[in-house]
Design a protein around this ligand. Structure first.
Ligand code: G1P
Length: 289
C-alpha cells in the first residue's frame, strides 16, 4: 500500500550550543559514539531501511559533514600505500555513492519545520523519511526500517514514539491518540512541548518520521510555535483527519545525544554492544564504579 521510501532528510543546521566547547569549530553531528560520528549512524540507519538519497539541511560551519561523506583522496591513497587495506575497504563499504548526498542551507534558524520545508524541492511528490541525528537508536531492526514497515501497511504518516516520564513532556512532541494497541497508536492530536499538566499523554515523538509530501504545503502556512520556532509538529497537526497518522512504539533503546548525559550513556551502551570493545569496557566500568 505504501510508496517506497527513497529519500531521507537530516536536519543538521543546529549550532550545538549545549556541547560547547566541543562544538565551537565542529558540527555537533560529528561527535563520535565509540568511533563513529552520530551523523554516520543516522545515514547508515536510513540506508538499512532501503533509502538511497540523503539530504542534509545544513548551515554555515558545517562543511565537515559533507567532507565526511566525500572521497578523501589523501587518506585513501595513504592507506593504500601503507597496505592498510582493511581500513581502506571499511571506508569504501560505507561511503555513499556519488550523487547520493545532497546539501542545502537552511539560511536562518527558524525551527525544525522550516528545516524540513527547505528540502521540499529535493523531495518532490513522494513520501520521505526525516531522521534527527541527535536521537540514536540501538535496536535489532533499525528504527527507520520499523517505520518503513508500518508505512507499507498504512500508506500514511508514521512517527517513532516512546513513553516518557510526565515531567519530560515539555521536551518533546506529544501524541493525543484515539486508539492504541500497545504497539501502534492512531494519532488524533499532536502538541509540541506541552507542560506536564497539559500533555494529552506521555507518548513522545523521537527523531524518526515518515511523512507524505502534503506536509510541505502545511509547513508553508505554519507560523511560529513553541520557542518562537516553526515547528514540524504544528505542520503535522494539519495532516490529521486527512491522512493516516500513526505512532509506533519501536523496538529498541533511544539515546538523546543532544544532551551530555544521554551522549555519555550512548557511548557506554553502543560500546557494550560492540564485540571489539565490550569486555574491556565492562572491566573499566566495574573498576570505576
Ligand atoms: C524535536 C521535535 C520534537 C521531538 C524531538 C525528538 O525537538 O520538535 O517534537 O519530540 O525533536 O528528539 P528538539 O529536540 O529539536 O527540541
Amino acid at each position: 500500500m505504501g510508496h517506497k521510501i527513497r529519500k531521507a532528510v537530516f536536519p543538521v543546521a543546529g549550532l550545538g550550543t549545549r556541547f560547547l566547547p566541543a562544538t565551537k569549530a565542529m558540527p555537533k553531528e560529528m561527535l563520535t559514539v565509540v568511533d563513529k560520528p552520530v551523523i554516520q549512524y543516522a545515514l547508515e540507519e536510513a540506508r538499512a531501511a532501503g533509502i538511497e538519497d540523503f539530504i542534509f539541511v545544513t548551515g554555515r560551519n558545517k562543511t565537515a559533514l559533507e567532507d565526511h561523506f566525500d572521497y578523501s583522496y589523501e587518506l585513501q591513497r595513504t592507506l593504500e600505500e601503507r597496505g592498510k587495506l582493511e581500513a581502506l575497504e571499511a571506508i569504501k563499504r560505507w561511503l555513499p555513492k556519488p550523487g547520493q548526498v545532497a546539501s542545502i542551507r537552511q539560511q536562518l534558524p527558524l525551527g525544525l519545520g522550516h528545516a524540513v520545508l527547505c528540502a521540499k524541492n529535493l523531495i518532490g511528490n513522494e513520501p520521505f523519511a526525516v531522521i534527527l541525528p541527535d536521537d540514536l537508536v540501538l535496536s535489532k531492526t533499525p528504527c527507520m526500517q520499523q517505520l518503513v514497515e508500518v508505512h507499507e501497511e498504512t500508506g500514511g504518516n508514521v512517527v517513532a514514539v516512546e513513553d516518557v516520564p510526565r515531567e519530560d513532556t515539555k521536551k518533546y512532541g506529544i501524541l493525543d491518540v484515539s486508539s492504541d494497541d500497545g504497539r501502534l497508536a492512531t494519532v488524533k492530536g499532536l502538541v509540541e512541548k506541552p507542560a506536564p499538566a497539559e500533555a494529552p499523554s506521555t507518548l513522545s515523538i523521537i527523531g524518526r518520521y515518515i511523512l507524505t509530501p502534503s506536509i510541505f504545503g502545511h509547513l508553508e502556512t505554519t507560523g511560529k510555535g513553541a520557542g518562537g520556532e516553526i515547528q514540524l509538529t504544528d505542520g503535522m497537526v494539519k495532516l490529521l483527519g486527512h491522512e493516516p497518522f500513526h505512532g509506533l512504539r519501536f523496538e529498541g533503546a533511544r539515546y538523546d545525544c543532544g544532551d551530555k548525559i544521554g551522549f555519555l550513556e550512548a557511548n557506554i551502551a553502543f560500546g557494550l554492544a560492540r564485540s571489539d570493545v565490550a569486555s574491556e569496557l565492562r572491566r573499566i566500568i566495574a573498576a570505576l564504579a
